[in-house]
Design a protein around this ligand. Structure first.
Ligand code: AMP
Ligand code: GLY
Length: 425
């Protein structure tokens, strides 16, 4: 089979690493890819937003299956376009991808079908929203409706903080049209879990739960990022809790979308908070999470092509996935300044030391080859991902190789507490 993976981050590198292990696969292309994907796939310089070029390429190369990593092409309708051209592709239709593209859409659907989520209000008028924030009870969460690379959400402790962020969204328009509508919602309390699953429109299979670490600093302090590290599985999500999430959230949303005439096919990732009143949805993503996919691919024992085939052929009913024992963890190394303006072109050292270690792999996110030298080229630079017999040993295996005696670059930052929440529960 010839496979095309669309994207250029750690998620796509991890998927390609897993796809490359399938005996069914002869050739992998990645658009546009990065220096890490280049070792396993042929990188083709087409941007994720160049939908017609991607279709032309897939037709020309007779691609058997395309896997879309990021949300932007999915929300832009890449799946509809590929299907119109009789190309097989993993992902939801443009209409179904709205579940991530518009938080208001997702919230209204959850409300209609009684799927547990935080109470909320929607505003499109700045002064009404401002007045509401003046007299509301805190803490509160203020969110932009559309995509903002994980930065369109603020947890506000008081009216001053809420109004400052509201002004940025609705008056200063720091995220443009994404904040034409703004949500103000109840702040949920409890541990957060990334619950990914594959759906064929009717049936689904859950992947093992994982946990992301969004804020930049240890102890969940500082501004939110795209994700500073993740581990899987999550020890405090019991089999019983998994069943409850499937019954109260997953099955109802899949049935709801079918009933609305927009069946969900592809990977669905609800972000969930386990509150005292049970699991509640924070948001839905229409794709694999990043960095969560990095430890997930390490844990997955089954051939991932079988999973993709089951989605395409609508055979997820009774489909089984095998997972390795133990746990896997990914520590994200970021460039100086991230999640604000960050430095680029710092040389990366030490990756060769890890090449022969079988329990560890470093997935590339924001790297670039500059005159044959590997340099930083993004906020999130690398995902050092390790497996171990349990979470504690996975953590040990990953951190051992970061720093002076392992991977490093000038200005490198990483959290020292990834996985800790899984140990203490
Ligand atoms: P979202 O893009 O909606 O997932 O929000 C980004 C992050 O903000 C989430 O991963 C949570 O950590 C946090 N968050 C969002 N909504 C809430 C909420 N209602 N209560 C508590 N935390 C939230
Ligand atoms: N890890 C967060 C996301 O992929 O949206």
């Amino acid at each position: 089979m010839k496979i095309l993976v669309i994207g250029s981050g750690g998620r796509e590198h991890a998927m390609i690493w897993k796809i490359a292990q399938s005996k069914k696969v002869d050739k992998i292309y990645c658009t546009p890819g990065n220096p890490g994907t280049m070792e396993l796939a042929e990188n083709i310089p087409i941007k994720v937003s160049e939908l017609s070029k991607l279709v032309q390429f897939a037709k020309k190369k007779k691609i058997d299956l395309t896997v879309v990593g990021p949300e932007i092409p999915l929300i832009g309708g890449i799946v509809d376009l590929f299907k119109k051209n009789k190309l097989k592709v993993i992902g939801p239709s443009k209409k179904a991808a709205q579940i991530e593209g518009s938080k208001v859409f997702a919230k209204k659907l959850m409300m209609k079908y009684k799927i547990p989520t935080a109470d909320f209000m929607v505003f499109d008028d700045y002064s009404l929203a401002k007045n509401y924030l003046q007299s509301a009870k805190y803490p509160l969460v203020v969110k932009a409706d559309g995509l903002c690379a994980g930065k369109g959400v603020a947890l506000c402790k008081d009216a001053k903080g809420g109004q400052k962020f509201l002004k940025e969204l609705m008056v200063d328009k720091i995220f443009g049209k994404s904040s034409n509508h703004v949500l103000i919602e109840e702040c949920l309390d409890g541990p957060e879990v990334s619950f990914m699953l594959a759906s064929d429109g009717k049936n689904f299979i859950s992947l093992i739960p994982s946990q992301d670490h969004k804020p930049i600093f240890d102890g969940d302090l500082g501004p939110n990022t795209g994700g500073m590290g993740a581990y899987a599985p999550v020890p405090f999500v019991s089999q019983k809790m998994m069943k409850r999430i499937e019954k109260e959230i997953v099955m109802p949303i899949i049935n709801a979308m079918k009933k609305e005439g927009i069946p969900y096919e592809g990977i669905l990732y609800p972000g969930i908070i386990l509150t005292e009143d049970g699991p509640k949805v924070l948001e839905f993503n229409c794709r694999f999470g990043d960095p969560e996919t990095q430890p997930l691919m390490f844990m997955l024992e089954s051939d991932i092509i079988d999973l993709f085939d089951a989605i395409i052929n609508k055979k997820l009913k009774n489909f089984k996935l095998l997972w390795h024992r133990g746990a896997a963890i990914c520590i994200v190394l970021t460039a100086k300044g991230y999640p604000g303006e960050y430095e680029k072109r710092d040389e990366i050292f030490g990756l060769d030391k890890l090449k022969h270690e079988k329990n560890i792999i470093t997935f590339h996110s924001g790297t670039k080859l500059d005159d044959k030298k590997l340099v930083t080229n993004g906020g999130r630079v690398l995902g050092v991902t390790a497996i171990g017999k349990d979470l504690k040993s996975a953590i040990y295996n990953a951190y051992k190789y970061i720093g002076k005696y392992g991977v490093n670059f000038s200005g490198m930052h990483y959290r020292k507490d990834i996985g800790k929440k899984g140990l203490s529960k």
